[in-house]
Write a protein that binds this ligand. Structure first.
Ligand code: FAD
Length: 414
């Protein structure tokens, strides 16, 4: 595949852009692959990419029931940070954040990584103590964060009101190298790189059954016929429960809609990402100028992939005290995705009761930031049967009581 470069753009400009290749092949399913990945979201594509790049495994198919990146990967608000509390989380999220730093060069695809800084506001004494504790934990984990006071918050975010009567800003946990990236580009960049390695990215191919023999996976049934495989990776986010049901076991996970919305575009006014977890709201400004706004999950389990009016009202109402300018903004559009939430708000990267079948799910409301690190770790787990980054994230931790409690860091925020 031709590399993208300034020279290539100039050359194509001179010949009316007639020489570009398709970014990835429209592949037809083969009868058998070494590895099948179900789900062409960011995590599935990243897993396939690192299987090829780090382990030379390229006889791989990535099966997607819709279009690639059409799940949560293309629906999130793109916040990237690694300031988690527990050691196993900090390790995988920081690995991920560091991979984002060089992802555009690595994939030869501009994913618009923008390390503009992320602030998690402390608006109650409880949050002050919680974030100070996280800042200390991060220092020990080698993750660069700091707890900053309200004046520093105001300096970084001039449009903020730090003197709200109900929820004044008492400080914030600040990660200067956190930020955002273009979510579609992450999926497209990985898909292009996988296709370039000879892998088959197959869209409109839904997995409808998991075939096993003697407790070992041997293939899947799909809407485009049966396909055999030696190893299977289930990376289907909100549909993980369904997939595991097909394989004959239950998963400790719930699916719930998470919504977001954007305003009309306005002039640049905020160049950091701000999350206000007490009031359930967060916002950043996109390169187009829209204010990208998100809130909490729906209060009941569901599989809807759309927005609802009450969510716009609740989220905007929550943020108005801290960001009064929001009251003057028109909201342009809203949407939803099905997120997969575990009891301890940490992901599952695990072998399963079926030999040869692996799971990557449970990223809940905060898995965009984890895409490269999760793909890196999942590829190692699938190739070698073990990865230091996934050891603690087994699905069996719920039976054994070895939770990785990230409810403070991940219950609401992204
Ligand atoms: C509104 C919203 C805001 C968010 N904001 C953030 C944020 O700011 N920062 C952050 O880090 N995270 C955020 N997240 C979470 C993040 O988007 C997800 O954790 C992440 O994208 C999950 O990626 P994935 O690849 O696991 O899943 P997905 O991208 O959902 O991919 C799974 C794919 O599997 C496919 N699939 C399902 N079943 C089958 C089947 N049977 N056969 C074939 N294919 C199948 C689906 O069609 C889908 O494309 C947000 C999520 C939402 C919804």
């Amino acid at each position: 595949m031709k590399r993208y470069s300034a020279f290539a753009i100039a050359r194509e400009a001179a010949r009316h852009h007639t020489g570009w290749d398709r970014a990835w092949r429209d592949a037809q399913p083969k009868a058998k692959y070494d590895v099948i990945i179900v789900g062409a979201g960011g995590h599935g594509l990243a897993t396939a990419y690192y299987l090829g790049k780090n382990f030379g495994i390229t006889n791989v198919a990535i099966l997607e029931k819709g279009w690639l990146g059409g799940g949560n990967t293309g629906r999130n608000t793109t916040i990237i940070r690694s300031n988690y509390l527990q050691d196993p989380s900090a390790a995988i999220y920081e690995k991920s954040r560091s991979l984002y730093e060089t992802m555009s060069q690595d994939l030869n695809y501009n994913v618009m990584f923008s390390p503009r800084g992320v602030i998690m506001l402390a608006q109650t004494q409880h949050e002050v103590r919680g974030y100070q504790r996280t800042a200390h934990a991060n220092a020990l984990q080698g993750v660069t964060t700091q707890f900053i006071g309200p004046q520093k918050v105001k300096e970084l975010v001039p449009i903020i009101n730090i003197d709200g009567p109900r929820y004044p800003v008492l400080g914030g946990l600040y990660q200067a190298r956190g930020g955002t990236a273009r979510h579609d580009a992450v999926a497209w960049g990985y898909a292009r790189a996988c296709s370039d390695m000879g892998m088959d990215v197959i869209q409109r191919c839904e997995v409808t059954g998991v075939r096993t023999e003697g407790g070992k996976v041997v293939g899947v049934d799909t809407t485009r016929g049966a396909i055999d495989c030696d190893k299977l990776g289930g990376v289907v986010a909100g549909h993980s429960g369904h997939l595991c049901e097909m394989a004959g076991f239950r998963l400790p996970i719930e699916s719930v809609a998470l919504q977001a919305l954007v305003s009309e575009p306005i002039k640049p006014c905020m160049d950091v990402v701000v999350m206000a977890n007490t009031v359930h709201g967060y916002l950043s400004q996109s390169d187009k100028g829209e204010m990208v706004i998100g809130g909490g999950t729906d209060g009941y389990n569901n599989y809807t992939q759309r927005g609802s009016f009450h969510h716009v009202e609740e989220t905007v109402r929550a943020l108005i005290e801290t960001f009064p300018m929001i009251s003057r903004l028109k909201m342009l559009r809203q949407w939803g995705g099905i997120v997969d939430v575990t009891g301890d708000r940490s992901p599952i990267l695990s072998k399963t009761p079926i030999e040869g079948m692996f799971l990557n799910c449970g990223w809940g409301t905060g898995g965009f930031k984890a895409i490269p690190g999760s793909g890196w770790a999942m590829a190692e787990l699938m190739a070698k049967g073990q990865s230091p980054l996934t050891d603690e994230f087994s699905m069996h931790r719920f039976r054994e009581g070895k939770f990785i409690d990230e409810s403070v860091a991940a219950g609401v925020a992204h």
